[in-house]
Design a protein around this ligand. Structure first.
Ligand SMILES: C[S@@+](CC[C@H](N)C(=O)[O-])C[C@H]1O[C@@H](n2cnc3c(N)ncnc32)[C@H](O)[C@@H]1O
Ligand code: SF4
Ligand code: SF4
Length: 503
């Protein structure tokens, strides 16, 4: 049996890739039609593999919304808070364009500009479309993206297509108005407020119509769904089936974020979000029918940088006010950087195909042995698709599942930073304990370096720290550790955990 290193499954025209995350290592993208591959190859949200290499940014030009969701309150703002709807400053289209140009020149890996709020971009059509119009002229090498609740979408599809927008996200939390009535208290429709089941009925109809219109025009549509336990959890499987049948490319099931301090209806009512296991189980259940996005970081509406990082503070209006960017020169530099990234990705892919590991020898030696058990491993990385981050500096860990068949990305865990480079960090221990709790279920954590203290605590918690694969491609390193676990007899159901290897 061969342990194949893959990120997700192959795709089908119009319907997206078929399984666990659209995102693929090159071998998966290879199954997609060339036109689609070209559209997602450097899009960090539509391709899981691309998110290791390319960055995105959002500009907050759209403050108003035409509906209310029980999980949203755009009035709450905290610069440390990273979640959808939160922004530090709302921009005019001119300010937004200036900011995009400044970021594109400073961060050449930034390939995608999305408008995702803080309200609904299509409830602010002039501001949104003017931003797109200017950018398609002034920065033609940047992909433009929009994220909407879909209410106003059918009436604006032609305008969207005019600006050469190839990627659109629609948030679809339900296809049944009875479920919708528990999520949306009202919508603003034809100059009046509509409430209850009728509101959900109109919203659902508009969303489905908008989806069909975009697919008919060849736009790649990602569907976002917020998983709300007890409200739409089971129902999302039906949502996935319906949107896939209509040609959506990718389904992004995201966990509800609800805390009382956010002031949302759900937060105040004590509605809980899903656990990691509930989220993964639902994503797996939907994956049978639909390509799943599992790497969404639920970014702020003004996020800048690689997914999982936010460099927005470097590009506030006062900081870019005096900048005068020569965008032609910046574009040439960006093209060079993109070519270098592609060369490095190709080299990684070739190296990966050479290091596919076989566990056949393990099963041959003991033929009666059952299928090796899957193992979750956490990875600290700053990007580039390699293990290159100190454990104590990681703000998030990527989680992969290694099994006899493949290595697959299953999600990420955000953690509090317990070390800022200072060994005498005050409340370090308690935050470390929290980090270890968040890594629950993982048996190995791969990082470039790790301190003595966390090493010991991870081991005590049954998680094996591993710094032996620094700078190696993530999937190859995980495959190698999995193989070592197999050779050490740790992959039988009763074989113990990876900790025995590091002890
Ligand atoms: C801020 S919205 C902006 C775009 C648009 N208004 C919409 O709702 O699709 C971006 C995404 O964040 C999601 N979102 C907003 N608040 C959330 C929360 N509290 N928990 C989880 N997802 C949330 C929305 O459902 C949407 O998919
Ligand atoms: S549609 Fe988007 S911006 Fe509007 S209330 Fe819902 S999440 Fe918030
Ligand atoms: S919120 Fe998700 S889809 Fe949007 S930019 Fe962030 S990672 Fe991409």
């Amino acid at each position: 049996m061969e342990l194949k290193v893959i990120s997700d499954a192959a795709g089908t025209p119009g319907g997206g890739c078929a399984s666990s995350g659209c995102g693929a290592g090159g071998e998966k993208l290879a199954h997609l039609p060339e036109a689609i591959r070209a559209k997602i190859n450097n899009h960090p949200c539509f391709s899981e593999d691309a998110h290791h290499h390319y960055a995105r940014m959002h500009v907050a030009v759209a403050p108003a919304c035409n509906i209310q969701c029980h999980y949203c309150n755009r009035k709450y703002d905290c610069s440390n808070e990273s979640r959808p709807g939160v922004v530090s400053e709302v921009l005019t289209p001119d300010q937004a364009v200036k900011k995009v140009i400044a970021v594109a020149a400073a961060i050449p890996q930034m390939t995608v500009l999305g408008i995702a709020g803080p309200g609904d971009p299509l409830a602010n059509p002039q501001r949104t479309l003017e931003t797109f119009r200017q950018l398609s002229e002034k920065a033609p090498d940047i992909k433009l993206c929009v994220s909407t609740n879909g209410l106003a979408l059918p009436g604006l599809v032609d305008e969207i297509c005019k600006h050469n927008i190839e990627h659109v996200t629609i948030t679809i939390n339900c296809v049944d108005p009875d479920v919708g009535a528990k999520i949306y208290p009202w919508i603003f429709w034809n100059n009046r407020r509509v409430t209850g089941r009728k509101a959900a009925e109109i919203l659902i109809e508009q969303q489905q119509k908008g989806l069909e219109m975009l697919v008919a025009r060849g736009v790649l549509v990602k569907v976002n769904s917020v998983l709300i336990p007890g409200v739409n959890a089971e129902h999302l499987k039906e949502v996935s089936r319906v949107v896939k049948a209509k040609g959506a490319f990718l389904h992004n099931v995201m966990p509800l974020i609800a805390e009382p301090e956010h002031g949302t209806f759900y937060g105040l009512m004590g509605q809980r979000g899903p656990t990691n296991d509930e989220l993964t189980a639902l994503q797996d259940a939907c994956a049978g029918d639909m390509a799943m996005m599992r790497h969404c970081r639920q970014c702020r509406a003004d996020a800048v940088g690689m997914l999982g990082e936010d460099r927005g503070e470097e590009f506030t209006l006062d900081k870019i006010a005096e900048q005068d960017v020569d965008y032609a020169a910046a574009m040439a530099r960006r093209a060079e950087v993109h070519a270098a990234i592609e060369a490095s990705r190709a080299a990684q892919r070739n190296a990966s195909s050479e290091t596919f590991v076989s566990i056949a020898s393990l099963t041959r030696r003991r033929p009666a042995r059952p299928e090796p058990r899957p193992v979750l491993m956490a990875v600290a990385t700053t990007g580039g698709g390699v293990i290159n981050q100190h454990f104590g500096h990681a703000r998030e860990f990527l989680v992969y599942e290694a099994s006899a068949n493949d290595v697959r990305f299953v999600g990420h865990r955000k953690v509090d930073l317990y070390c800022s480079g200072d060994d005498t960090c005050g409340d370090g221990e308690s935050v470390l304990a929290k980090t270890i709790r968040l890594l629950d279920g993982c048996e190995v954590v791969l990082c470039s370096r790790i301190g003595y203290e966390p090493w010991g605590q991870l081991e005590s918690a049954g998680i094996a720290p591993n710094g032996e694969h620094a700078m190696e491609p993530i999937e190859d390193a995980i495959a190698a550790v999995y193989r070592e676990m197999g050779e050490a007899g740790l992959l039988e159901r009763s074989g113990g955990t990876a900790q025995r290897m590091s002890a």
